[in-house]
Unconditional design. Structure first.
Length: 412
């Protein structure tokens, strides 16, 4: 980490004042804060002063900002010397901040610094042609693509001494340069194979649903706590009730009481094991009896206000509170189900994009266990399931039938 000192007196200007335009801008920033909190505008004002002064902050500018905000000079000096985004000495046309914190250091920052030192001289000094100066700074938040540098406002990542030198040549010559990763990575994607975050439940909305429900409960607790206690009591009661019921699902019935909740029971029933967080989501859905579980999941995916199943899509003409099967019967033809999965080996329907753990369970309760069953749905059967799950149009939009067909085919 470089020393953070003001530039020598010989380099300091005698005074500093914002231009009329910048002074107006500064007043606008200060006005954003309540009376007595004007000091909160210190960073934007220092930034504007640096910009006006050719990219570095002289002492007089620091004092002018302090005076503008009614702060002691030392307080603003503390801010300016803490953040390396503020240059305290003159900088080159291209100011290079090289990250030297551990991840970058492990990935080659030492070599970058050595290369900069060799080409530009010591840090903090502007090259004779005025083009460059450099400084070692702490983590700039692009560790995934280490090592990296910031040049003026832009980040350049995945660097080597060679690529950094070429970058500097191009900048000095006015040639276009590529901002970001220099090896073609998009954002911070992996360099090669994907080895992490491979759990699909992270992306199908089910975890978000559980987190959101917990958040809503926490919010409820903040607003009195009564609703949380009620939810918890209802959830516990529903769980105990369900766990004392027979685990075997029925193809002919599709209600939550038939669902197999306990992991051991699910395993013995041949169903796909459910993760604890999915269990929590399912329990939460039960604890809110006014919301059909499909609606809870749908709400998560569409981030729209909750809708009762009877108020959406194909079930519009079904009075509120009526069984979703009645709504579905009015919309299409119920697909035939199986009493149990073939060979006690159900397919993982959550591999079909759009089906989360809750709706997999609801489909299982309809006797739908396999990709080929979904692949064989006719349009009236799609309409029936859409209405039953309160997913108007979504099965077609997400092409569940086509996805299921692919999955069935790929399994051979
Ligand atoms: S460690 Fe270098 S950007 Fe974070």
């Amino acid at each position: 980490m470089a020393n953070r000192r003001l530039a020598p007196a010989a380099e300091q200007p005698q005074d500093f004042a914002f231009t009329p335009e910048n002074a107006d801008w500064a007043r606008g920033q200060i006005a954003k804060y309540p009376e007595g909190r004007q000091a909160s505008a210190v960073i934007p004002l220092l930034w504007k002063a640096q910009e006006q002064n050719g990219g570095w902050l002289p002492q007089k500018a620091i004092e002018a900002v302090a005076d503008e905000l009614g702060m002691p000079h030392i307080r603003v000096l503390e801010v300016a010397t803490f953040y390396t985004m503020f240059a305290l000495e003159p900088v080159g046309r291209f100011w290079i901040q090289v990250c030297g914190t551990v991840p970058c250091d492990c990935c080659g920052a030492k070599e970058l610094k050595a290369s900069l030192h060799e080409r530009l001289g010591p840090s903090g000094k502007v090259t004779a042609d005025g083009n460059f100066s450099w400084l070692e700074v702490e983590c700039l938040g692009a560790c995934c693509n280490a090592p990296m540098v910031q040049i003026n406002q832009d980040y350049y990542e995945d660097l080597t001494p060679e690529s950094l030198n070429k970058l500097m040549d191009d900048l000095a010559a006015g040639r276009p340069v590529k901002v970001g990763s220099q090896i073609g990575r998009v954002s911070s994607e992996p360099k090669d194979a994907v080895n992490t975050l491979t759990d699909e439940s992270l992306f199908d909305g089910s975890r978000v649903g559980a987190w959101r429900k917990r958040f809503e409960q926490t919010e409820g607790a903040d607003q009195g706590g009564e609703s949380v206690k009620k939810d918890e009591a209802a959830s516990t009661e529903a769980r105990v009730k369900d766990e004392t019921k027979p685990a075997r699902p029925s193809a002919g019935r599709a209600n939550e009481s038939n669902a197999v909740d306990a992991p051991a029971e699910r395993a013995s029933a041949g169903q796909t094991p459910v993760k604890p967080e999915d269990e929590a989501q399912a329990r939460d859905a039960k604890a809110a009896p006014s919301q059909d579980p499909a609606v809870v999941e749908d709400k998560v995916l569409r981030t729209e206000p909750p809708q009762h199943p009877a108020t959406v899509g194909a079930g519009d003409d079904v009075p509120e509170g009526e069984n979703p099967e009645a709504r579905a019967d009015a919309a299409g033809t119920r697909p035939k189900g199986l009493d149990t999965p073939r060979d006690d080996r159900p397919d993982d329907l959550t591999k079909i994009k759009g089906i989360g753990p809750i709706n997999q369970r609801r489909l299982n309760d309809l006797g739908v266990w396999h990709y080929d069953q979904v692949a064989a749905w006719s349009p009236p059967e799609v309409a029936w399931v859409s209405a039953y799950l309160a997913f108007p149009g979504r099965i077609d939009r997400e092409n569940w039938v086509g996805q299921a067909s692919d999955l069935a085919g790929s399994r051979g």
